[in-house]
Design a protein around this ligand. Structure first.
Ligand SMILES: [Zn+2]
Ligand SMILES: [Zn+2]
Length: 255
């Protein structure tokens, strides 16, 4: 059995200062308490909110999707590295941003080259999202395989799948697939680097037709922008119609 925990499910427009009754932190996730996906400045606030100061004590590996401030915070990574040794999987740009540290070992990803990190196989595929930053940075989606044979697609941030990425996705059968749903039920310029609900509707139809989701597999939308969605319940109602679950901070899935 594997566990997938959402530490944050919001886009960059959710600010900790605006915390109200319902709140989304910047997007991040934790698999089996060992493998963290993205490491922004809100993750310790999540641990506090569930009264678990030891939540990250067993984290051995962190993989970073891309170099945007809602996904990577140097101080947060260094705070974790003060307590324990960690491997960080990322591109060279992010390694340079964090810098050398005696407790950090880097694994520099190359697109479509699978690597082993701890108990996980990681396949970084290219995301359709601000792909070039300062000339040598990538935005990645990840295909992650756990040691108990579960396959996870983590697709934040990004819009339409790039063709080579889709070709790689078709080689796998997924237990869960997590999609960017930043733009909600809107037409907004951000659809050039994020998904609207109608884009998800189209892509999910194709995913189902291609049969790349296991029988009990689940589809989940995350990275929801505060300014582009109604309430959680309103988004849930719309996404339920296309068999997509709406993620929330603290949502835990057993795979
Ligand atoms: Zn983001
Ligand atoms: Zn981004």
């Amino acid at each position: 059995m594997s566990e997938f925990l959402f530490l944050g499910t919001g886009a960059a427009d959710w600010r900790i200062e605006d915390k109200g009754e319902f709140f989304r932190r910047n997007s991040a996730a934790l698999i089996n308490r060992e493998l963290m996906i993205d490491c922004g400045e809100h993750i310790f606030d999540f641990a506090e909110s569930v009264n678990n100061s030891s939540l990250y004590n067993n984290v051995t590996d962190i993989i970073i999707t891309h170099n945007h401030r809602d996904h990577i915070c140097k101080d947060t990574v260094l705070k974790l590295a003060q307590q324990q040794k960690i491997r960080v999987g990322c591109d060279r740009n992010i390694m340079n941003k964090i810098g050398e540290h005696s407790n950090i070992e880097y694994n520099i990803f190359k697109p479509f080259e699978g690597v082993r990190m701890g108990n996980y196989s990681i396949m970084p595929i290219l995301a359709n999202h601000d792909v070039v930053i300062n000339g040598d940075s990538c935005a990645y989606h990840y295909i992650i395989e756990t040691s108990d044979g579960k396959t996870i697609f983590y697709g934040l941030d990004g819009a339409w799948f790039l063709r080579p990425s889709w070709e790689e996705m078709k080689k796998h059968m997924f237990d869960i697939m997590i999609f960017d749903c930043t733009v909600g039920d809107n037409d907004d310029w951000r659809l050039f680097e994020h998904n609207t609900i109608s884009m998800l509707r189209t892509m999910i139809k194709e995913i189902k037709e291609r049969n790349i989701l296991k029988d009990n597999g689940r589809l989940i939308a995350s990275h929801l922008a505060k300014t582009l969605h109604g309430s959680h319940e309103e988004t849930e109602l719309i996404l339920n119609k296309i068999d997509v679950l709406t993620a929330y901070d603290g949502m835990k899935l057993e795979l």
